[in-house]
Design a protein around this ligand. Structure first.
Ligand SMILES: Cc1ncc(COP(=O)(O)O)c(C=O)c1O
Length: 411
């Protein structure tokens, strides 16, 4: 049968990271030892107390549907966590989702209209484009896809010329954000750069959001993974409480990627609208997993600190290793990623055919084929010229990865 696919799925491409993981899988199937620095998940097991809580919840029979927006115990634990971050929410302002990604998807679908949506008042008679979403590049891959799936249009502000910091580009942001902007996405600590935005930068965002009456997603999924800094929650700033959607999840801080648990907190009317999408799509996040989430939020601080300390040590080690090879990187203050500038005079690349693809794509493909080190091209995040490395890998593997890159002429 010739299936007639919906136009919306044609708007998005498979992730560029898939090309890398396919190459990696092919090599590994041939018995090659690949140092995988492309993954976005902690390499630690889920802390034992969380696993135990999940098992006990199953034994206790929490295997049926849960209340659609989340079990009360988890929503209360989330309210307490948000309160500690200076965010004032009630349990009615929270939706618990199967992963932070689903939370984001629901928010984009709830706020963003496509070109066939209602015309904004005063916009004249000319044909309308989809609602504008402003992204700060480099931006995590799925924001773009989610905007496109909702039919929105994207405007971008690039932070890469300023060590991936937001403050130096506030003027650019001021030129980009307008009364037409529907949504601004802020992700600090950032994937892929590890940058943590300063309070002054966030205040600049606040001023623009208030001036132009824009809603803001604050994706705080890496908030617990920070080194010697303490990131401010955007929604805690004056004027932001009723326009911020705070997104978080359990994947990164608690090493719970496969459990699929996340949430967002937002004004109650947004939660009411998004709740319709939520109940008609996923119904609820897995019931016993939500009980494990309560344990994570209530009793897992020590394990979070242990993982954070390990990432901190690896970050320092990786920065030093690159420095030994004459490579300066923007030192990340959080998450477990780092952006390596792809050398323009890379000998290994000159030797190979790069064709028309961006140089970082060729570098990443070459690095995996020749050095057997998997990384993700910066162009996947809107920032060509860099490769994203994850240091959610052991110190030994990180050392091995850098050595291989150097030996094969990729540094
Ligand atoms: C910036 C950012 N936000 C959200 C997510 C979603 O994570 P999950 O769906 O596992 O909670 C990720 C995952 O990589 C991420 O990097």
């Amino acid at each position: 049968m010739n299936l007639d696919f919906a136009e919306r799925v044609g708007r998005v491409e498979p992730s560029a990271t898939i090309a890398i993981s396919n190459l990696s899988a092919e090599l590994e199937a041939d018995g090659v030892d690949v140092v995988d620095l492309s993954v976005g998940e902690p390499d630690f097991p889920t802390p034992g107390n969380i696993v135990q809580a999940g098992k006990e919840a199953m034994d206790a029979g929490h295997t049926g549907y849960a209340p659609s927006n989340g079990i009360p115990e988890l929503k209360e634990a989330i309210v307490d966590k948000l309160d500690a971050d200076g965010l004032d929410h009630t349990t009615d302002e929270i939706i618990v989702t199967p992963g932070g990604k689903q939370a984001l998807y629901e928010v984009f679908q709830t706020l963003i209209d496509g070109a066939d949506g209602p015309r904004p008042s005063g916009s004249g008679t000319e044909s309308r484009s989809g609602d504008e979403v402003v992204l700060l590049d480099p931006a995590w891959v799925s924001y773009e896809a989610m905007t496109k799936l909702a039919g929105g249009s994207i405007s971008r502000v690039d932070t890469s010329g300023h060590g991936f910091q937001l403050k130096p580009v506030l003027d650019d942001l001021a030129e980009t954000v307008s009364d037409e902007t529907e949504l601004l996405v802020v992700n600090s600590p950032n994937n892929p750069t590890g940058a943590v935005y300063s309070d002054a930068a966030l205040e600049g965002v606040r001023d623009l959001a208030v001036e132009h009456d824009v809603a803001v997603i604050s994706d705080e999924i890496y908030k617990e993974v920070v080194y010697d800094v303490s990131p401010t929650s955007l929604g805690s700033l004056d004027g932001m409480g009723d326009r911020t959607i705070t997104l978080n999840g359990f994947s990164k801080a608690y090493s719970m990627t496969g459990w699929r648990l996340g949430y967002f907190a937002a004004p109650e009317d947004l939660v009411g609208q998004a709740g319709k999408l939520h109940s008609h799509s996923v119904t609820c996040a897995t019931h016993f997993v939500q009980h494990a989430g309560v344990e994570a939020l209530r009793n897992t601080d020590d394990a979070v600190v242990e993982m954070r300390d390990a990432f901190h040590e690896r970050r320092d080690m990786l920065v030093d290793l690159f420095a030994d090879h004459g490579k300066d990187v923007a030192v990340p203050d959080g998450a477990f990623y780092m952006m390596l500038p792809v050398p323009e005079d890379c000998e290994a690349l000159r030797a190979s055919e790069t064709g028309d693809e961006p140089v970082d794509q060729s570098w990443c493909e070459g690095a995996i084929e020749d050095a057997h080190v998997a990384t993700v091209p910066g162009s996947a995040f809107g920032t060509p010229g860099f490769a994203r490395l994850s240091y959610a890998a052991s110190a030994e593997r990180l050392r091995e990865g850098v050595e291989r890159l150097a030996d094969e002429g990729y540094l």
